[in-house]
Write a protein that binds this ligand. Structure first.
Ligand SMILES: Cc1ncc(COP(=O)(O)O)c(C=O)c1O
Length: 405
């Protein structure tokens, strides 16, 4: 399938896919066609305007299908997951002030395992009438490896009838292990709380399904799923109820998702987002008649299988070097995502990432904006970890380049 992605002709391997993936030609074509053919303002009765409206509708349909929103909720499209989470957090603050949320329901439990995009929007609310409680990850060591996981017992201790939200990552962008979001949501719901699931790290590898976990909010970034630089936030209609979006005062609050899409969405991004459906069909060889969710499901099964083999190869190489500490599970498993972080004894992560880049591996090092987690792991934040994150278009040959002198 590599031929679908023009950028893969580069001499270096793209191995920072958790930072952002490459886009297939059909996404590029869709963006180009949007500019050449459909770049009108919505709401007119002329062809370009109608096509623009259709592009935006299709983007919403595709992200809705991607998370399996069905008829229980809808997706807001925005510029990034960070911006969407700030938007919702701010709407919660407005709702508390206006009495839409009961004053005693003002506690938010925030996981320190997460990327700052799903931490800071909530910690900021401490000055707006909320009590913010950090949910600490459980750090453990085995041999030279180390990991950090969400801890259900700690959550049970933190949860009470005052809890409004439990905010956590489905998968840390450092650890690469899927957490039990369904069990967490059940616990939260039992106390009348809602969940905000950051699926940014897992969505490129495991197809989200908001119906399976009965999630209230779930966010992912489309630029990490073979699309343009944008993001989508699913909210159930129940979760939206007490909130009022910040779009113009004369737009009714029931007008979802528009009330939360300030000034509308980027048309060219919407075009590219909609083309994910096209790529998934090309990838599995499905024609236009198959239902979209079925296509995504089959495509992600295939992605999981391809990535599983690549991940085994990568982890095997790291395990074979006794200077390497894997930060996360060093073995493949059903919930092990193809995001692998590590440090090397006697070397800075900066020097290792530089050496690997020179060997043709496009990787980086740092805290990857999960600064709190890196601190909890006792790793110097100014150097961080080296991270290799795979996509289904990577190859064994690219992973074989991994040599640390
Ligand atoms: C787990 C996780 N959450 C959130 C984000 C933030 O996404 P965005 O860049 O769309 O704001 C990232 C970005 O790397 C991430 O890895």
């Amino acid at each position: 399938m590599r031929h679908f992605f023009p950028a893969l002709k580069a001499s270096h391997a793209f191995l920072d896919n958790a930072g952002g993936t490459q886009v297939p030609q059909c996404v590029i074509d869709a963006v180009l066609t949007c500019y050449t053919d459909s770049f009108g303002q919505r709401g007119g009765a002329y062809p370009a305007s109608e096509r623009a409206g259709a592009i935006i509708q299709r983007a919403h349909d595709v992200v809705g299908t991607f998370v399996n929103a069905t008829d229980r909720g809808t997706c807001i499209i925005g510029s990034s997951s960070t911006s969407l989470l700030h938007l919702i957090a701010s709407a919660y603050a407005d709702a508390l002030k206006s009495g839409e949320i009961a004053p005693h329901r003002n506690k938010i439990i925030v996981s320190a395992l997460g990327h700052e995009a799903n931490v800071h929007p909530w910690t900021r609310l401490a000055t707006r009438g909320f009590e913010i409680v950090m949910w600490e990850p459980r750090v453990s060591r085995e041999g030279r490896d180390m990991t950090a996981r969400l801890c259900m017992d700690s959550l049970r201790e933190l949860l009470d009838d005052r809890t409004l939200l439990v905010v956590f990552p489905e998968c840390s962008n450092i650890i690469g292990q899927r957490e039990d979001s369904i069990a967490i949501t059940k616990l939260a719901h039992a106390k009348g709380a809602r969940v905000v699931v950051d699926a940014v790290a897992s969505a490129p590898h495991r197809l989200p399904d908001v119906t399976m976990g009965d999630f209230d909010w779930l966010v992912y970034s489309t630029y990490k799923v073979f699309g343009p630089h944008a993001a989508a936030l699913y909210g159930s209609f129940d979760a939206f109820k007490p909130l009022t979006g910040p779009n113009h005062w004369f737009i009714p609050r029931e007008s979802l998702p528009y009330k939360f899409e300030l000034g509308g969405v980027s048309h060219e991004s919407a075009a590219g987002i909609g083309a994910l459906d096209t790529y998934m069909r090309q990838f599995i060889g499905a024609d236009g008649t198959r239902d979209s969710r079925g296509v995504f499901t089959e495509a992600f099964r295939k992605i999981e299988a391809i990535e599983g083999e690549l991940l085994e190869c990568l982890l095997g190489k790291l395990r074979a070097d006794d200077r390497v500490s894997v930060i996360g599970d060093p073995h493949v498993g059903p919930d092990r995502i193809a995001i692998v972080s590590f440090t090397v004894k006697g070397r800075t992560s900066e020097s290792v990432a530089r050496e690997l880049s020179e060997r043709g591996m496009g990787v980086k090092r740092g805290d990857f904006y999960s600064r709190r987690l890196i601190e909890r792991l006792g790793i110097p934040v100014d150097d961080g970890v080296v991270r290799i994150s795979l996509a289904h278009y990577n190859t064994r040959e690219e992973i074989e380049r991994l040599k640390i002198s």
